[in-house]
Design a protein around this ligand. Sequence first.
Ligand SMILES: Nc1ncnc2c1ncn2[C@@H]1O[C@H](COP(=O)(O)OP(=O)(O)O)[C@@H](O)[C@H]1O
Ligand SMILES: [Mg+2]
Length: 412
Amino acid sequence: MGGLISLAKTLMIIGGGVEQIPAYEAAKKRGLIIVGTDVKKDAPALALADHVLIVSTRDAEATAESAVQFNKSHQVDGVMTIANDVPYTVALTSKKLGLHSISLEAAKCASDKLLMKQQFQKNDVPCPWFSPVENIVQLKDLTNNRDQETYVLKPVDGRGARGVLLLDDKIDLHWAFEESKRWGDSGRLILEKFIPGIQLSTESFILGDVCYTPAIAERNYSRLDEFKPYIIEDGGTIPAQLSDQQRMAIDDLILRGARSMGITDGIVKGDLVIDSAGNPLIIELAARLSGGWFASHEIPAATGVSLVDAVISYALGEKVYPEDLIPKWDCSTAIRYWFPESGRIKAISGEEILKVVPGLLQYGFFRKPGEMQPIIHMHPDRFGYVLVQGADREEAIARVEEAIACLHVEIE
Ligand SMILES: Nc1ncnc2c1ncn2[C@@H]1O[C@H](COP(=O)(O)OP(=O)(O)O)[C@@H](O)[C@H]1O
Ligand SMILES: [Mg+2]
């Protein structure tokens, strides 16, 4: 054998998609050796990996087994993911390798909206009213006051707003039941009361008894009526308009919510809503770094905090310090999406003007000319995004609206 013994640690990153690239880049910057995993050989982030395991990120057992085999000849020091809702794959692989992660029970809870809400309820963690729904008769029964109350129906194991439907008094319940069922892996559904109010996207890191939430985005749901019954978000803006008291209540709520799920430390991504009394409720907590360029671009630009680096340190069993999680500055970012009509994309114009919009951080298109733009039913159906920075909310919002208006997507 012989040769040099490398002192660099090895990090396994679950998933090699475009939204995982920032983790590969951050790991490279730290001089780590990267093992990337994905079911697709040509997944774009894998080009940045030193070693590749071809296995589905959603198949926890197969990923863990493949990691154990790899670890026999090359020691892995940490396992993580970003923008990929596979906490169980990360936890199981870490456990099999004897590495630092949340427990398997916590990861299971984070993968099932019903289990999660039951833990919230047991522990008095405020969340919207909910019930499992097994059949259409039960759905009709539970929602028979839809003239006064709006509900949300969703798969217990969905993601990216797939099959998340708003049930008002005009909805066809039979259709909604079948449509929502189509999108989860298990076919199990959960019904919730829809809470009208400010919707928030949070990303926190729990260190001991303290929940640090460096940034909170106010999610933009101005298109709710347009896409109803599908619940489609049109980006968000950091910072959210909240009082200091509300921010403290949010940290406390996330800490309690995470604990009720068995998460004692590490990253927690939240979907929250502020109810009519001004109190935060948890819609869901995810045990992973967020996608949509929130953790990788928006939060660093707005605050100087890199949660991606905190998660890499956590995965490697290295210490994370409070000063890594406290904002170094306070500015604003805004992200918005394009929603062209459906049909074959003929041409995309205005990109040159878009490139010189003040404060532009990043933009991207999910489709090319010649491809089909689908009708918008879930987040991956959106055409593309643009992300800008501004000194404050007003500037960021004005800039992002200017950026969105630059582009024209011509449909045949
Ligand atoms: N009970 C609810 N009240 C208000 N908004 C909700 C509710 N449930 C879901 N939503 C909205 O729909 C989005 C998607 O639902 P979520 O449960 O987070 O599913 P996903 O796993 O697809 O992210 C949420 O982020 C939130 O904006
Ligand atoms: Mg969500």
